[in-house]
Design a protein around this ligand. Sequence first.
Ligand SMILES: [Zn+2]
Length: 242
Amino acid sequence: MFEDLKLLVDLQIIDNEIYQLTSEERNTENHISRMKHEIEESAIKRVKLIRKQRELQEDKEVYEADILDHKRILDQKQIDLDNDKKTKKEHIKREVKKLEKAVEVFEEKVVELTNEIETIIFELSNIDKNILKIEKKIKTELKKKNEISKSTQKNLDKLLKKKTKVEQAIRVPFLNHYNRIMQIRNGIAITFVTEEGLCNGCKIHIPYQLQQKIKLKDDYNICEGCGRILVDVDMLGNKKKK
Ligand SMILES: [Zn+2]
């Protein structure tokens, strides 16, 4: 039993080294995926703005057509004013006023819509510029990631080889347990009892009896709180100094 425990500690140490060795590459990867996400969000915003721009443009065209119609009628009214009898003229003048007021309102609306459209065009160009900038950054980060990966590859291969060797020496049920806890507990499957008598992984209190058992280093002890393997602190400490 002790042998498996010792090997598991070795495995944890190798896994920690692998984690550290790959951390920069992982950070770069995370940075890249955050930037990709940002681009996706900008692209969605872009689509919405383009749709809005089209709607505003259509509204604007309707108003412009209305203005043309009204002006055509106004021209006709002008002709009527020149030709009709005096009695009718007052009535026509009132209509002209109404039409002119409508044209004025429509023209104001057109100006308003034009401004809104211009704002959107400005926003769109900013979004496009920003997307280009991010894409450029992604390219740089990808290059950086490749360089990091190249520089760490040799050591990583060495560690992986070492890891396989250790894994093969551990009995399967123990290895399976270790791997399962590694997965669900953020890469820390083996931990120790703190001076206060707590599991260093999940901080629950470890009964005194179990603490004594752990100190004997000859049994496989599991934290009831987090499922991590509990070992004596100096098993981890001594190994770390190696
Ligand atoms: Zn725990």
